[in-house]
Design a protein around this ligand. Structure first.
Ligand code: NDP
Length: 483
């Protein structure tokens, strides 16, 4: 049994309560780790340590902060295989995905922000001969960073890296469902020589540890990725305290396929955007909107390809889908498939758990599922499922496609498939989402603004946007008196 520890003030330590939560291996459904069941006492210790470390860290030259973050990035690269296998075991995702996407991206997040701070500049506003203004950007202090379970180290580092790079110290909480790689990261931080208190990682439950971070008066800035309901709760707690907040929340993303698209590319990519990571990526497209003249051709080809996707143990190289992350997530997916049937949907393929044999028999596996015949207002087309379930709907005109695409409370991302340049740009401009991919999906350039609109969140991360978020601008005005 692996027993994790908190990382506070440069040391690995037991939770103050001495209590631990069970950590499950989704592939088997068995407990395999013990996760600190921390509480506000641990958060308090972490915030105090981060406060003590802040003056020294903010005054550390950017070039030195950069070197340390690059060292951490190099250690992640060194341990890539070990981290990938831990991520796959903790989350249930196929090992190939963890090896090619999750861990390389965590490595790149640190390297990207380590080098971004070497290229920062600030504004000056000139007032002719009477003076000028310039903008200073100060780090805010102790940043609270809270991450979900779907891309554990990838999203954890996406917050921590820019917060640290811009001179803040950090108190962070990974999801208690997938804490393993965050724990391994704390060991790497010690090896890299991080000063005590610069980064603190407190494990435990959201309502205890997460809420203690969000409500702490000495944590002025919060970066959160997770569900919309949790985001609302955090906003309720933090808004009256006037904290700066970035909330990256849920989605119900549309894929719009026009009949003039590159059919084979659209088909191949839509398979990925539907079922990568068992559909548990906030950017997965869960509503596939198809121009009517191509509907049957696409549907039939898509269903045939989905049937070929192999669901299997995450540690096997040929598994295309692994296990869902938890019993709760497994039950949620089953619930929505049942609801789809009640709402009049036709299950074209999938729709049931997958029962594996032997040591995998207790794992949370579910068939990739395709549903048609549901109206746009059905709950299955409105609510985030966050699993391997997609629906198909037909449309006749660009206007109807946009109406369907925009008709949800969410607005994270979308894809548009067409060979018409004019149509692609017109539709992209009219979509109510923070991110639009034209003839591709999940092509990520870390310099670009990342985030959603409506109930998919507020604020933007990525690139220099997030470095601005993690700093406070101060205008300095210099008047030049006439002589
Ligand atoms: P949750 O909202 O349940 O949890 C996210 C994190 O918040 C976890 O660490 C959780 O802890 C913590 N938390 C829970 N309650 C509180 C609280 N009251 N105060 C502070 N923190 C709290 O999301 P999931 O982990 O289930 O992740 C899936 C969701 O994340 C989906 O909705 C998905 O769309 C969204 N997501 C959004 C992305 C984006 O960029 N917009 C990217 C990836 C995912 P614990 O796990 O212990 O409960």
């Amino acid at each position: 049994m692996i027993r994790l520890k908190n990382y506070i003030d440069g040391r690995l330590e037991e939770p103050q309560s001495g209590d631990y939560l069970d950590g499950y291996e989704p592939a088997t459904g068995q407990v395999y780790s013990q996760v600190p069941d921390s509480d506000n006492r641990d958060v308090e210790r972490a915030v105090r340590a981060a406060q003590r470390a802040f003056p020294g860290w903010k005054d550390t030259p950017a070039s030195e902060r950069s070197k340390l973050l690059l060292k951490l990035s190099a250690l992640i690269e060194r341990d890539l295989e070990k981290l990938a296998s831990a991520e796959s075991r903790d989350n249930g995702k196929p090992i190939g995905l963890a090896r090619v996407v999750d861990i390389p991206r965590a490595r790149d997040n640190f390297a990207f922000y380590a080098t971004a701070i070497l290229h920062e500049e600030s504004e000056a506003h000139l007032m002719g001969t009477s003076g000028f203004n310039y903008t200073l950007r100060h780090p805010l202090g102790v940043a609270g960073c809270i991450a979900p379970w779907n891309l554990p180290l990838y999203l954890f580092s996406w917050k921590i890296a820019p917060a640290l790079a811009s001179g803040n110290t950090v108190v962070a909480k990974p999801s208690e469902v997938t804490p393993m790689t965050a724990f391994m990261l704390s060991e790497l931080c010690i090896e890299a020589g991080f000063p005590p208190g610069v980064l603190n990682i407190v494990h435990g439950l959201g309502p205890k540890v997460g809420e203690a971070i969000c409500s702490h008066p000495e944590v002025p800035v919060l970066s959160f990725t997770g569900g919309t309901a949790t985001g609302k709760r955090i906003a309720q707690v933090a808004a009256p305290m006037f904290k700066k907040m970035s909330l990256e929340l849920g989605g119900k993303n549309p894929n719009i396929l026009f009949a003039d698209c590159d059919f084979d590319l659209a088909l191949k990519t839509t398979l990925q955007s539907s079922f990568a990571n068992q559909g548990q990526i906030c950017l997965c497209g869960s509503r596939i909107l198809i121009e009517r003249s191509m509907y049957e051709r696409f549907r039939d080809a898509f269903v045939e390809r989905v049937r070929q996707l192999r669901v299997g143990p995450p540690s096997r190289e040929d598994s295309k889908l692994g296990a869902l992350v938890s019993q709760a997530q497994f039950e949620k997916v089953q619930h929505y498939v049942d609801l789809a049937r009640e709402e009049g949907g036709r299950i074209l393929c999938g729709g049931a758990p997958v029962q594996l044999e032997g040591e995998w028999a207790g794992g949370w596996y579910f068939e990739p599922t395709v549903i048609e015949g549901l109206g746009p207002q059905c709950r299955v087309n409105q609510e985030e499922i966050f699993g391997p379930v997609v629906t198909l709907q037909a449309f006749d005109t660009v206007e109807e496609a946009l109406q369907l695409a925009n008709d949800t409370t969410y607005g994270l991302s979308s894809t548009v498939w067409t060979s018409s340049l004019e149509k692609a740009h017109r539709v992209a401009a009219a979509l109510h989402t923070g991110i639009v991919w034209i003839n591709c999906w999940l092509v990520r350039d870390l310099r670009t603004p990342f985030g959603g609109v409506k109930q998919s969140g507020i604020g933007r991360e990525g690139g220099f946007e997030v470095l601005r978020f993690f700093t406070e601008p101060k205008n300095v005005c210099v008047a030049l008196p006439k002589s």
